[in-house]
Structures are given as C-alpha cells and as structure tokens.
Design a protein around this ligand. Structure first.
Ligand SMILES: Nc1nc2c(c(CN[C@H]3C=C[C@H](O)[C@@H]3O)cn2[C@@H]2O[C@H](COP(=O)(O)O)[C@@H](O)[C@H]2O)c(=O)[nH]1
Length: 367
C-alpha cells in the first residue's frame, strides 16, 4: 500500500482504542479549509489583513457585482466555457480542474506559452490557454476529457499531450509531465472506484459540496492540496473546491451542480486573487516578503510565506463576504461568486495594464 492511501480499517481501530466512536455518518461533512485558513491568519507575521480597506472593498465590489448582475450565469457567458448542460460538460470541468494550475511564465507576453483558438485565431494565455487547448483537442476528435482515454498508455502518450497543449510560441506549457501524471492517476482511481465515471463520483457525494471536496482529497492524491504550517496540517484544497464551484456555476446550481452546502466552499487559493486582494488593500506583505514578490523571486511550495499568502487570502475573502452581508443581508454573494468576480477583475485590470503588484511565483501542481 502506498503511503498515500488511507487505511480506513486502521483508522477505525485507532478510533476504538481511543474510545472515539465511529465517525458520525449523519454529521454534515466539513472540509476544514476555512478553519485552517483562520489558523494560518492567526499565526501569520508576513501577511496582514486590513479591515478599513476590506470594508471599502465590500462597498465597491457589492455595487459592481449588482451592476453586472454577477451570478452563476456569468460562468457560462465566458466564450470558451462549455455550454451544454450534460455529462460532456461535467467531464470537461473535471479534466480542466485536474489541470488547472501553474500557467505563469518568466517570459514576456510575446514569448510566453499561448494557444491560438477560436475566431480570428485569438491567442489565449494563463487559465484560458488550458480551456482553449481542451476545446481545440475536442474539435480535433481527441477524447481528452474521457477518463478511459487517460489510462490508455498507447493512445494517451506524452507526445499526444504535447500536441494537445502545443503553443504558438517557443515556450511549452509548464509542468507537462506532471499534467500527464494527474490524468493517469485520476483515470486509474476513477476506473478502480467510480466505474470510470465522474458522474458516479459526484453521486457518491450525495449532494454535499464539502462531501465532494473531501472525496476528491481522500481518494485522489493529485487533489490533496495540503501542507504543514507551524507544525499543524492545513488543508487548502484549491482545485478540489474550484471543481465543485465550476460544476455549481456551469449548471446554475441544478442537476450535476446541485449542492445543499455551497456556503462551505471557500475562496480558491491561487496566485491571481491574492494579487487582486493586495491591490484592493485587503492584504499586505512584510517588507521582506514584498521585496521577494516584487523581485519576481521564487517561493518554494510549502514555504511559510506561500502558506501565509494562500491562507490569509482565503480568510480575507471570508471577511469581505461578511462585510458585504452586513451591507445587504440578502445579497446573493458567497465566497465562490466573490472569488470568481475577483479573478475576472484581476484579468480585466491586467488587460488594462493597471499597475498591480506581481503575483507570487510558486511552481506546483496545486494552483
Ligand atoms: N481563485 C481563482 N483562481 C482561478 C480562477 C480561474 C478561472 N475561473 C473562471 C471560472 C469562473 C470565473 O469567472 C473565471 O472566469 C483560474 N484560476 C487560477 O488562477 C491561476 C491562473 O491565472 P492566469 O494565469 O492569470 O490565468 C491559476 O492558479 C488558476 O488555477 C478563479 O475563478 N478563481
């Protein structure tokens, strides 16, 4: 047994020996991400939150979200996102969020990895280069969103994946080998435990968003985004959570996107939204950390600085959400819509060439 797998029998034995009864199956599932984020915030010395800016941001963001009628429908409005309300979109989103990490480049806009796709052969970078590559592969009849394709070592080779993610510049997609490994692993686990079906995986969560996040983190090592901070295990689970959120948004909270506890999903600790939170003044960095970020220096995965940026960003969005509900108690705003809005706002500001602090540079498969 690999040390990744959880030995549920041993766990039960341990519970009994400690006099803890079996886990109460009726208790609603919890992901522990928000509680771990607060723990990180309470123990952070290089990242701080600012309530004055958070209150000001709440006023402006609430106004902008209402003005744009920002809702789950905004997800499908993006040109490249799939529109069909069926299993093909479920599989697309699962594939996308298996691979939804680390698009940042050290190169300039002309030389960085980018994908030409769609009308006028628009060039896509970052997250959108992933979505464009998947759409292009499907147009070329490559079954890139089919789990049984991922375990077929004859058909789904590194060369095929290199073709799927071919760039219109010299730079290839970052972490190509790791992306293939994620597909292989997920395909094998889906085959062993979920009849090679993402629908079966979703059904096993019984309508709970937190349950689905926990299922992904427990069963799929490539979704197990956690680390040790101040000698305590902290769960951040960015791609597991954004998978549930993308499903919820793509299906407008119905059918395969219907969950009874979406409020248990937090902001997704990536490298783009912290940048936006910083430019809103909601978070700030110690001089030594700010110097590293503005100097485009690498921060290793699991470094205390990285965990403080990620954990404090999750907590900052929670405080932002609470301030918005103080302004309007029935506002249709949860951490997911806030997060989506902040990401889209960051991309708009980037396109407008607005001056923002660079994002932090950590290369990993987690975000
Ligand atoms: N927290 C958060 N992180 C997000 C997204 C998205 C895209 N979500 C779409 C779906 C609904 C929304 O309306 C968006 O249109 C990508 N990312 C992350 O950002 C990074 C890519 O950045 P860049 O290289 O600049 O594209 C990378 O870690 C990627 O995983 C989000 O929404 N929230």
């Amino acid at each position: 047994m690999s040390d990744d797998e959880v030995d549920y029998e041993l766990l039960d034995l341990l519970r009994k020996s400690l006099g803890l009864g079996p886990p109460d199956p009726s208790a609603p599932p919890e992901t522990k991400v928000l509680e771990n984020a607060q723990f990180i915030y309470d123990n952070s010395i290089d990242v701080a939150l600012d309530m004055h800016h958070t209150k000001a941001a709440a006023i402006s963001i609430l106004a902008q979200m209402k003005e744009r009628e920002y809702s789950t429908k905004s997800w499908s409005a993006h040109a490249l996102h799939p529109k069909a309300k069926d299993e093909s979109t479920v599989n697309f989103i699962f594939t996308m969020d298996l691979l939804n990490f680390s698009f940042w480049s050290e190169k300039n806009e002309e030389e960085r990895f980018s994908v030409k796709y769609g009308d006028e052969s628009k060039s896509w970078t970052g997250y959108w280069s992933l979505v464009a590559s998947l759409q292009r592969a499907l147009d070329e009849d490559i079954p890139i969103t089919t789990p049984t394709f991922w375990t077929d070592e004859e058909k789904c080779t590194e060369e095929v994946l290199r073709h799927v993610f071919r760039s219109d510049t010299e730079e290839e997609i970052p972490l190509l080998a790791e992306r293939l490994q994620c597909l292989r692993e997920a395909g094998e686990i889906l085959e062993q435990e979920f009849d090679s079906s993402v629908l079966v995986l979703i059904e096993d969560a019984k309508g709970s968003a937190a349950g689905l996040v926990n299922l992904l983190a427990d069963r799929f090592p490539c979704f197990r985004d956690e680390a040790i901070f101040e000698r305590k295990k902290v769960r951040l689970l960015k791609r597991a959570q954004i998978f549930v959120a993308d499903l919820w948004a793509a299906f407008d909270g119905e059918e395969f996107g219907k969950f009874n506890d979406m409020d248990k999903i937090t902001m997704f600790a990536d490298y783009r939204v912290p940048q936006m939170l910083h430019s809103l003044g909601c978070i700030s960095y110690s001089p030594v950390l700010e110097k590293r970020i503005r100097g485009y220096g690498i921060i290793e995965p699991g470094h205390p600085w990285e965990l403080q940026i990620r954990g404090c960003s999750i907590w900052a969005v929670e405080l932002l959400r609470r301030e918005i509900l103080k302004l309007e108690s029935d506002a249709k705003v949860n951490a997911v819509l806030l997060d989506f809005f902040l990401y889209d706002l960051a991309k708009e500001r980037e396109k407008n060439g607005d001056e923002v602090i660079p994002h932090h540079r950590t290369r990993s498969i987690w975000y």
